[in-house]
Design a binder for this molecule. Structure first.
Ligand code: AMP
Length: 313
C-alpha cells in the first residue's frame, strides 16, 4: 500500500529583506517550503491556491521531483504575497505587508485521490480551514499541525477544538508560551498535550528543536552554520523533513520520531542557507544523508566507565 503524505498550506510570493540581500516575488509559503524539503525523502501531495500571476513553471519544478500538484487550484486574481524584513541578528522579523489575494477565499478541497493520505501536515492557515481539511481525509495515521500568534489570539477556541484531532503540534517557543499561557516550554508542552496532541515539537530557531512526549524529551540542535542568508521557511522545511521521514518509513514510534527530528533539522538548515527555496535546487539524497550524519556526530559522546558515570563508586 502506498503511504501518502498530504500538505495543505500557503503558496506565496515572498519579498524578503535580510542584512545580506533581498528577494522580490520569490517562491514561498508553507506548502512550498514543506514540499521542496519533503520531496527529497518522499512523494508529497499539495493542496493550496495560486492566482493567475503565479509563475507556474517555477512551481512545476516540484512536479518533476515527485510532488503531486493536483490539489493546487489556479484562481483568477492575485497570488498571496508576503513581505518581511529581518533584524541584523536574524532573530526578529517584521512583516511589512501581507496581501491575501486569492488566498482570502481559499477553501481547501481535497481531491478524492488525496483523501486516503495517511500522513497530513496542516500548514499555518486559519484553524477553521485546518479542521475542514481533517473533515475531508478518511483515516490519517498521523496529523501534524502548525499555527501562529495571529490565530492563537483571534481563533483560540477553534484552535483548541482542532488540537483534539492533532497528533503532533509543531510551534515555536513563543507560540507554545502564548497558547498555554505558561512561560516554561516543558510545562507549555504538557498543557498542549493535555488538549490532544501526543507529541509537541517546539522549534527554537538557532538553538534547535525539542520533541516533548508523555514521558520523554528529545532535543536536536540546529546545524552549526557559519552563514545564514534567510530564515524564512525554516519551520516549514523542518516539517517537510520530519513528516516525509515518517511517511517513507511508515513508523510513528518514539525512536523513529527522534530520527524525524534530525531530518527536520537538516532540512531547516538547508532552507536558511539561501534565499527562498534556492538551496533545494542544489541538493539531493547524498547531501541530506551527509548532513544527517553530521548531526549524529554533533551529539555523539561516550562516558568512559571510570569517568563518574552510573558505575562509579
Ligand atoms: P516560517 O518562516 O516558517 O514562519 O514561514 C514563512 C512563510 O510563511 C513565508 O514563505 C510566507 O509566505 C508564509 N506566510 C507568512 N504569513 C502567512 C500567513 N498569514 N498565512 C500563511 N502563510 C504565511
Amino acid at each position: 500500500m502506498s503511504v501518502s503524505l498530504l500538505v495543505v498550506g500557503s503558496i506565496a510570493l515572498d519579498s524578503v529583506e535580510t542584512p545580506f540581500g533581498s528577494t522580490a516575488d520569490a517562491l514561498g509559503g508553507s506548502a512550498v517550503f514543506f514540499s521542496f524539503a519533503g520531496c527529497l525523502l518522499h512523494g508529497v501531495q499539495v493542496v493550496g491556491v495560486v492566482g493567475d500571476d503565479y509563475p507556474w513553471d517555477r512551481l512545476e519544478r516540484l512536479a518533476k521531483r515527485g510532488v503531486d500538484l493536483g490539489g493546487v487550484t489556479r484562481a483568477s486574481g492575485e497570488s498571496f504575497r508576503w513581505k518581511g524584513r529581518y533584524s541584523y541578528d536574524l532573530q526578529n522579523r517584521e512583516t511589512l505587508e501581507t496581501r491575501l489575494g486569492v488566498f482570502a477565499d481559499f477553501e481547501p478541497k481535497i481531491p478524492s485521490a488525496f483523501r486516503d493520505a495517511q500522513y497530513v501536515f496542516l500548514g499555518n492557515i486559519d484553524p477553521e480551514l485546518q479542521l475542514a481539511v481533517l473533515d475531508q481525509v478518511r483515516e490519517p495515521r498521523l496529523v501534524a499541525c502548525d499555527t501562529m500568534n495571529y490565530w492563537i489570539q483571534s481563533k483560540r477556541d477553534v484552535l483548541i477544538e482542532l488540537l483534539r484531532r492533532v497528533d503532533v503540534l509543531m510551534v515555536n517557543d513563543a507560540e507554545a508560551r502564548q497558547l498555554s499561557g505558561d512561560w516554561n516550554i516543558y510545562r507549555a508542552a504538557r498543557w498542549i498535550m493535555d488538549h490532544g496532541p501526543t507529541h509537541v515539537v517546539i522549534k527554537q530557531g538557532e538553538y534547535g528543536a525539542v520533541l516533548v512526549s508523555a514521558d520523554r524529551v528529545f532535543y536536536v540542535p540546529a546545524y552549526p552554520l557559519e552563514e545564514i542568508f534567510d530564515p524564512t521557511g525554516a519551520g516549514d522545511a523542518f516539517a517537510g523533513g520530519f513528516m516525509a521521514h515518517v511517511a517513507r518509513t511508515g513508523d510513528e514510534t518514539q525512536e523513529n520520531l527522534r530520527r524525524a527530528m534530525v531530518f527536520g533539522s537538516a532540512m531547516g538548515s538547508f532552507a536558511v542557507e539561501a534565499f527562498s527555496v534556492q538551496r533545494f535546487d542544489e541538493i539531493g539524497a547524498v547531501e541530506v544523508a551527509q548532513r544527517v550524519e553530521h548531526f549524529a556526530e554533533l551529539v555523539r559522546f561516550d562516558i568512559p566507565s571510570d569517568a563518574g558515570g552510573a558505575g562509579a563508586s
